[in-house]
Write a protein that binds this ligand. Structure first.
Ligand code: SAM
Length: 289
């Protein structure tokens, strides 16, 4: 991968691919969503490492490609990873998952880490990701979000995970399955009855839908209409606290230990939802006092 770039924004992904690891995002439903760079790399690579050879085989067939498929998942042993990494020394290995972006609730983290540690050149070909696609369509704040993968299946563990995330002033994004959705929505409703929730389902597919509302309302809807297909559950951030509920002085004093007044004001505004200009004035006064 040391060959000169052919464009200002990427490596050469033409017919002669440099050896190394190429992390390739693939569609999450609509096959038209594959990028032309992804097609170039899948066309020119020597090996495609994938979770399920049948699933990736279908994509390759759709693209008219026939490649050596190498099964790789999170259960791969260290020796199997080392074997695959050894191939990357003189061959171009594309890593894909069943759908979307590899490593995002999908296998690959250890492989990428160990390939990099072994000095293998690794490059990424970004593309579809259900979490990001859901954020774009849900109409919830996107300035801060936290992707938390799948919620635990057991009620107590699920509640504990949600409680851990309670203080986070950001849109929370979870992957979810149809059979578990109502229970997860009920758990969200019990903790945060007023937060806005969105269910993004079957994105980019024929039956794509995005439904928003309080968690309890959505739970009752999906109880009567059990959801099919793939689902992202998003929970909007908590409403800003009323000024008298917040000790803005204390938060600002803490922030001023390490930040300038403008930065401290911006940070506390983000955390509390209070007006940044008012906080800035307060920060200036606190610094002089
Ligand atoms: N790596 C993938 C990505 O980049 O989005 C995610 C893989 S994870 C194993 C699969 C989960 O992603 C599904 O259970 C569902 O929660 C979500 N997902 C995948 N495709 C989706 C789609 N088309 N619409 C909604 N959610 C989807």
């Amino acid at each position: 991968m040391s060959s000169p770039d052919t464009s200002a924004c990427g490596r050469d992904t033409g017919p002669r691919l440099e050896p190394g690891l190429y992390i390739v995002a693939t569609p999450i439903g609509n096959l038209g969503d594959i990028t032309s760079r992804a097609v170039d790399v899948l066309t020119a690579c020597d090996i495609v490492a994938c979770e399920d050879t049948r699933v990736t085989g279908k994509l390759m067939k759709h693209l008219g490609l026939s490649k050596r498929l190498w099964r790789h998942d999170d259960h791969a042993s260290a020796a199997a990873r080392a074997d695959l990494i050894a191939q990357m020394r003189d061959q171009a290995v594309a890593l894909v998952s069943d759908a979307g972006t590899p490593l995002i609730s999908d296998p690959g983290y250890r492989l990428v880490r160990e390939a990099r540690e072994a000095g293998v050149a690794a490059t990424t070909l970004p593309g579809p990701c259900a979490a990001v696609a859901a954020l774009t369509v849900a109409g919830l704040p996107t300035d801060r979000f936290l992707f938390a993968g799948f919620l635990p299946a057991k009620d107590s563990a699920r509640r504990q995970t949600l409680e851990e995330l309670a203080g986070i002033r950001a849109t929370l994004v979870f992957y979810e399955s149809g059979p578990r959705l109502v229970r997860s929505l009920d758990a969200v409703a019990a903790l945060w009855p007023d937060r806005e929730v969105a269910i993004a389902r079957e994105l980019t597919k024929l039956h794509e839908e995005c439904r928003t509302g309080p968690a309890a309302t959505l739970a009752r809807h999906y109880e009567t209409a059990p959801p099919r297909g793939e689902i992202v559950l998003l929970v909007g951030p908590p409403a800003p606290q009323a000024p008298d509920e917040v000790n803005a002085d204390a938060l600002l004093r803490a922030a001023l230990q390490t930040s300038k007044p403008s930065q401290a004001a911006a940070q506390v505004a983000r955390e509390t939802g209070l007006d940044r200009k008012t906080l800035y004035q307060l920060a200036l006064e606190l610094r002089q006092s």
